[in-house]
Design a protein around this ligand. Structure first.
Ligand code: APR
Length: 244
């Protein structure tokens, strides 16, 4: 009787290990959303300085709006892929925090409960004049002349090149608390986000899932799974389940 009672008291108190998943464009590639720097990626088609800076916004609002309206339309038509679902499934046995550079909402739609967006969210817009005025978007298009409650043009809720990354401190704090750190589908080219992998202590197990080539020999305890997000997450989920 005593043993049974202890079991009921103890199990709910056992703390789940914390997994931090740091994702980039490759995470959503198998949902049909283009990455940026791969062959055929978005930055081959567009110049960053024409569409993804505040200067571009001042110079040519219709072009910037159109670029992000197309991105939004694509995200609304896309579905989470198996890798998004496998990340969400980890929540059964782990405390999972996703930190994503992606502006899509596919982690959320796959069921991930804790998602921090470092580079903004395509399904939101905000005031150009007052950045705290943020609104959800239910449709694909922001038009020239769509204004916020104080009359300022609405812009995509995106962190452009040259702008501060407001969630970076929070992301660093969360990453530092990881018991296991997983990077999926990012070229680790864009800072400060790419620095997250460097703040994790040496003894923490780290995994990187990506079909690309990386020279990360200086990072301790790193296992590279050279595969797409879906294939890599299948392998990794199995490895992690063995740790439970
Ligand atoms: N599965 C997993 N990874 C993939 C896949 C796939 N199917 N296909 C490509 N990749 C990998 C590539 O090998 C590369 O390492 O995804 C990565 C994509 O890199 P980038 O295009 O540079 O995307 P990301 O790292 O997310 O870019 C960071 O740059 O332009 C900005 O704001 C934008 O958030 C973005 C940031």
């Amino acid at each position: 009787m005593f043993v049974v009672c202890l079991k009921f008291i103890f199990i709910p108190l056992m703390k789940k290990k914390k997994i931090v998943v740091f994702s980039g464009a490759g995470m959503s590639a198998e949902s049909g959303i283009k990455t940026f720097r791969d062959t055929g990626g978005l930055w081959e088609e567009y110049k960053i300085e024409d569409v993804a800076t505040f200067e571009a916004w001042i110079k040519n609002q219709p072009l910037v709006l159109d670029f992000y309206n197309q991105r939004r339309k694509q995200v609304m038509d896309a579905q989470p892929n198996e890798a998004h679902f496998l990340v969400a499934e980890l929540q059964k046995h782990f405390d999972v925090q996703v930190i994503t550079q992606n502006i899509d909402d596919l982690h959320e739609r796959a069921g991930s409960k804790k998602v921090l967006h470092l580079h903004g969210e395509i399904m939101k817009c905000r005031s150009t004049a007052k950045q705290e005025l943020i609104y959800e978007l239910k449709h694909w298009e922001i038009k020239k002349g769509d204004v916020c409650e104080i009359g300022s043009q609405l812009r995509p809720h995106i962190v452009w090149f040259g702008e501060a990354v407001p969630e970076m401190d929070k992301a660093t704090d969360l990453a530092e608390k990881a018991d296991i750190f997983i990077t999926i589908g990012t070229s680790l080219n864009v800072y400060p986000a790419a620095n997250l992998i460097n703040v994790i202590e040496g003894h923490i197990p780290k995994f990187l899932v990506d079909p690309g080539d990386f020279n990360l020999d200086y990072i301790k305890n790193l296992t590279i799974i050279k595969a797409t997000a879906v294939e890599g997450m299948k392998v990794l989920s199995q490895k992690l389940n063995e740790l439970i």
